[in-house]
Design a protein around this ligand. Structure first.
Ligand SMILES: Nc1ncnc2c1ncn2[C@@H]1O[C@H](COP(=O)(O)OP(=O)(O)OP(=O)(O)O)[C@@H](O)[C@H]1O
Length: 256
């Protein structure tokens, strides 16, 4: 058992943003959260991270309700990369990645050899070794995104929550990042917009529409042409390559 949401709802300004969504993440699996803009993906991720308290329903980590999990334990276990992660202060890439070690360190003690190793390893995995001493604010959009992922990896979490992690990345970097995430021995829940990448890298998908989970299951179960039309308002054909079972979604140009 790992992270689990049971019928969680969240209301803001009198509006139901997340509507009775359940999500069971098997250990080590990669779950993709899909849905149009404003469908509640980021809000659900924040609830799973314990950053927002659901107005109804329950999130548990290994069976323990999130409010009962010690903040420090939660911070060690669950890493979060928000959609527009930024840092206000002037930090180097090394320092940004090292922030991921904070929950593992005691007070103001100096970093240990384990901390340094985790930072170097996270930089190497995300291709940032050559940038370690560069000022974070001078990085390109894609490099910043990778630095935030590296911070999350340095945390050595067991659960990883990513909000559109492929934002700003070129196609090669998107594929590399999703392959890296898929190969990590962690449970990942990530919001994605690209249905083809979701089909390629996620074990299971949850499709949100106006806050509700309208479908959940394997990519083949969730990515259905009629459902895509219903939720996104676009016509598509979904094909399965018999050689590797790979699903591709091909969109029809509007008006065609
Ligand atoms: N704190 C808040 N107060 C009021 N409304 C909010 C709040 N947070 C989110 N919302 C609203 O909830 C809805 C869902 O937002 P959310 O960011 O979860 O969607 P999303 O699926 O992640 O969207 P996107 O794909 O555009 O990032 C939006 O209509 C948003 O305006």
């Amino acid at each position: 058992m790992t992270l689990r949401a049971d019928a969680v709802s969240w209301t803001a300004d009198g509006r139901l943003i997340v509507d009775a969504v359940s999500l069971h993440a098997e250990p080590g699996s990669t779950i993709g959260l899909l849905g149009p803009n404003g469908s509640g993906k980021s809000s659900l991720l924040r609830i799973l991270a314990g950053l927002r308290r659901p107005t109804a329903g329950l999130v548990t980590l290994d069976g323990a309700p999130l409010p009962a999990v010690r903040r420090r334990d939660l911070a060690r276990r669950v890493a979060v990369v928000a959609q527009h992660a930024t840092t206000e202060v002037a930090l180097t890439v090394r320092e940004v990645i090292a922030l991921g070690r904070t929950p593992h360190r005691r007070g103001w003690s100096a970093p240990t050899a384990d901390d340094d190793r985790a930072v170097l390893d996270a930089a190497a995995r995300t291709g940032l070794t050559a940038h370690l001493d560069q000022a974070w604010h001078t990085l390109s959009g894609g490099e910043r995104q990778r630095a935030q992922i590296a911070r999350a990896l340095a945390q050595q979490p067991r659960e990883l929550l990513l909000d559109e992690p492929t934002n700003h990345l070129d196609i090669g970097a998107q594929l590399d990042l999703l392959a890296l995430v898929g190969a990590l021995p962690v449970t990942t829940v990530m919001a994605l917009h690209d249905l083809n990448l979701a089909a390629m890298f996620c074990d299971r998908l949850v499709l949100l529409h106006r806050g509700r989970a309208v479908a959940a299951g394997t990519p083949a179960e969730v990515l259905d042409a009629d459902r895509i039309h219903e939720v996104y308002g676009v016509r598509a054909t979904v094909q399965r390559d018999p050689s590797d079972d790979h699903l591709t979604v091909r969109f029809t140009r509007p008006g065609a």
